[in-house]
Design a protein around this ligand. Structure first.
Ligand code: GLN
Length: 480
């Protein structure tokens, strides 16, 4: 096993005993990316020299001392490009500051390494909407890696780097984690500061880890969680040690299966895997109960009003004046905006801006945006009711395993509908994790465990039990 393919935990053990050095880890990550990422396409850029210098200065006494973490290219890292996989920012923007999550990683001793690919501005679920590069699924050749954090998931699954950060607005950490066969955690809204994350849907966005193991996800959450005066939506809550109790098992835990999630649209094999995982947890002492989340059928429509509405507002700052590339020879100010936005944004981003502007426009605001906000409240209440009965909820992450590349391009609705199981947690603000199950015909599939607000410890503990049942890590060497 190469250093780049190891878990953070095992690397840390070897670092503290002096068996390996941080420089050796970084050098291996550089070698893996240089030799194999041309085929995977996980990284948009990386800066070997800065990372090697940081490795030589790493404080190994810190919890993540000397460990490299890949960063999705919509999270600012000082002195590095931040493209959001958009032509708008390509070659035209260097971050003047670190996102709070990056500051905290550095404070924990970690070394932010490289910028991972995504759907442009995190809009999509395949990474095929990247304006800059194609990312392949290293665990299922010929298939999409999922998205929007497809580069972050592929980088870990492809064993290029031990762990990465992604962002999740409607499933963008959990779904690519499921499709690539890694662990992906979306923290509760407000658990991790959004300062320095390029905003997509501000009331939905969260930063979180993608890792080989549940323990590694807990280690990263320990580092990045906590209140931040720079993000007024971050929570003034104490941050527990998320690695505590991981191996306590599920005896006495009450786990819900929402009946609305097991309808016609889901592949029989995905259903079978989730049910088998639930059965195993039951044998291990959990109580499994059927629950109802009655407003599930409205989640896709609600999300695809609220997220584009927020995006249309957030993306108005990309005007050719303040950030990124500027169109040549505009006739006047308005033409500068129009030409810059026409050339800079890809078609999915334009679709969201048009949709979002429409649902916020006078005359349609009440019919769409306001109504969607009301339905959002109903979806949140569904979860509040459910979590009065159960400690966590078990669901599929996506209705199917990773689609073949190019399968749904040109059919955005198909992509939108496949978000059905992940978006409710963002609308409600709950936490959720995807943990790998036994692959289906060689293709990875994840179990989603949803927790109550600030219930990260419960879902991590449950995910750790599922992980121990599967023994999927360490994986076989990637086939790509
Ligand atoms: N697939 C969803 C979308 O396209 C979620 C994206 C995300 O979580 N960033 O909006």
């Amino acid at each position: 096993m190469s250093l780049a393919s190891s878990s953070l935990y095992s690397l840390r053990q070897k670092l503290v005993t002096g068996e390996i050095s941080s420089r050796e880890i970084i050098q291996d990550v550089i070698d893996q990316i240089t030799t194999r990422d041309e085929e995977i396409g996980a990284f948009l850029s990386f800066d070997p020299e800065t990372a090697l210098t940081a490795a030589d200065q790493a404080d190994l006494a810190l919890p993540l001392g000397g460990l490299p973490i890949g960063i999705k290219d919509n999270i600012n890292v000082k002195g590095q490009p931040c493209t959001c996989a958009s032509k708008f920012l390509e070659g035209a923007f260097t971050s003047p500051y670190d996102a709070t999550a990056v500051i905290r990683l550095k404070a924990a001793g970690a070394i932010p390494f490289g910028r991972t690919n995504l759907d442009e501005f995190a809009m999509g679920s395949s990474t095929e909407n990247s304006g800059l590069q194609t990312t392949h699924n290293p665990s299922a050749p010929g298939h999409i890696p999922g998205g929007s954090s497809g580069g972050s998931a592929a980088a870990v699954a492809g064993q290029l780097i031990p762990a990465t950060l992604g962002s999740d607005t409607g499933g963008s950490i959990r779904q690519p984690a499921s499709h690539c066969g890694v662990v992906g955690l979306k923290p509760s809204y407000g658990r991790v500061s959004r300062y320095g994350l390029v905003a997509f849907g501000s009331s939905l966005d969260q930063i979180g880890p993608l890792t080989h193991t549940v323990h590694d996800a807990a280690l990263l959450l320990n580092a990045i969680a906590g209140e931040d005066p720079r993000d007024s939506t971050s929570l003034d809550e104490s941050v527990p040690d998320f690695t505590d109790d991981l191996d306590r098992g599920v005896v006495g835990m009450k786990l819900g299966i929402p009946k609305e999630y097991f309808t016609d649209g889901i592949s029989p094999q995905v259903r079978e895997r989730v049910e088998a995982a639930a059965k195993k947890l039951e044998e291990q002492g959990a109580e499994i109960v059927e629950i109802s989340l009655p407003h599930t059928e409205y989640a896709v429509a609600t999300y695809y009003i609220i997220a584009p509405a927020e995006a249309s507002s957030n993306l108005s700052r990309f005007d050719g004046v303040r950030y990124g590339n500027r169109a040549d020879n505009p006739e006047d100010m308005l033409s500068l905006y129009k030409k810059s936005r026409e050339a800079g944004f890809g078609s999915e981003v334009k679709r969201r801006i048009i949709l979002g502007t429409y649902v916020l426009s006078s005359g349609y605001y009440d019919a769409y945006y306001l109504r969607a906000q009301k339905v959002r409240t109903l979806i949140r209440r569904d979860f509040e009711e459910a979590f009065k009965q159960v400690d966590a909820i078990l669901t599929p992450v996506a209705p199917e395993t990773a689609p073949v590349m190019g399968d749904a391009t040109g059919d955005p609705l198909k992509h939108y509908l496949a978000d059905i199981f992940t978006i409710s947690a963002n609308l409600a603000g709950n936490c959720g994790i995807s943990v790998p199950l036994e692959p289906i015909d060689g293709k990875p599939v994840g179990l989603q465990i949803l927790g109550p607000y600030l219930g990260e410890k419960e879902i991590l503990r449950c995910a750790r039990t599922v992980e121990a049942n599967q023994q999927v890590f360490p994986m076989k060497q990637s086939t790509i």
